[in-house]
Write a protein that binds this ligand. Structure first.
Ligand code: TYC
Length: 103
């Protein structure tokens, strides 16, 4: 049998599917050791930035402590965070990258 709660749950899911998905911003954090050229290369490779835009974001992070690399759905944001962390680990740089709900 279908309870009132089951009917409400179906209606809530239908309504949820009509909304745009929640978005997450991928944020790069500053540190004192990761070379600037490495950060620029990561921004080009992982986030598809051209050299000028990559340099602009890198310098913003360097001066302000953090900077947004892009805004994506949850899975794409999570994958790009992991790609950044893996590239940093491979070169033994302390570069950190996080995702957070877009405001
Ligand atoms: N602060 C680093 C340096 O002076 C450069 C840097 C920029 C590191 C951005 C991390 O996310 C970062 N070499």
């Amino acid at each position: 049998i279908n309870t009132d709660i089951q009917r409400d749950t179906v209606l809530d899911r239908q309504k949820e599917q009509l909304k745009p998905p929640p978005m997450y911003q991928v944020v790069l954090l500053n540190d004192d050791y990761t070379p600037m050229e490495f950060v620029v290369a990561v921004l080009q490779r992982v986030f598809g930035k051209n050299e000028d835009e990559a340099s602009r974001i890198m310098l913003k992070v360097h001066h302000e402590g953090r900077g947004v690399c892009g805004v994506y759905t949850r899975d794409i944001a999570a994958t790009r965070v992991e790609m950044v962390k893996q590239l940093a680990r491979a070169r033994q740089h302390p570069l950190q990258c996080i995702m957070e709900p877009a405001p």
